[in-house]
Design a protein. Sequence first.
Length: 235
Amino acid sequence: MPRKRKAREDQGESASASTSKQLKASEVETPDNLHHGFEHYPPSKVYRLIEPGPVLLVTTGSLADSTHNVMTIGFHMVMQHESPPLIGICLGPWDASFATLKKQRECVLAVPDVAMAPVVVDVGNCSSDDDNDGEEGTNKWQRFGLEAVPARKVKAPLVGGGDVIANIECVVEDTKMVSKYSMWVLKPVKAWLNPKKKPGEGGKMFHHRGNGTFVIDGEILDLKDRMVKWQEFQD
């Protein structure tokens, strides 16, 4: 092998080894170490960064026979726009509503205004299993002064009142991910909007940051003119 070529290869191997050492050194994560301007964040807490949806109330059971229950959730997502529209919610066997949803395969998703935040949080910090009088979940409605009103297409009730932004009546569409991820795929079959609490027009949703703190809807940024590929989803 020519000496010049051999020298160049030796230099290349040396440079490569040096670069490798630098990369390994840069991968060491310490509280004071920034990676291209970013600081380390625990993977176990990333849900606090991407838990974007508004806090919801979920009702199950039947208003007609007084077995209706209500609970709070923060993990949910839109899964499909149409044909049919689909929503995913995380609701597990640790929730008292799990068995009812599994049996009846329908529920209502209620979107509360920020004015209801303290009550919604309190609802999420108790369970119908805590009730002692045998009335499945009805104590929670009475305790927090929530109004249960008849839905149109499901047995579970809507959450009434002037501080509820919307109610979405749903049926279970798919349960394939329930056993592994507690993820239910729901299909909205009827939706109701409070004309005095439309989002951005009097109604403000609130969003859980995953650690007991919340963010409230604020300024609206209108970039419809730039959404050239998604105009069919604009009003």
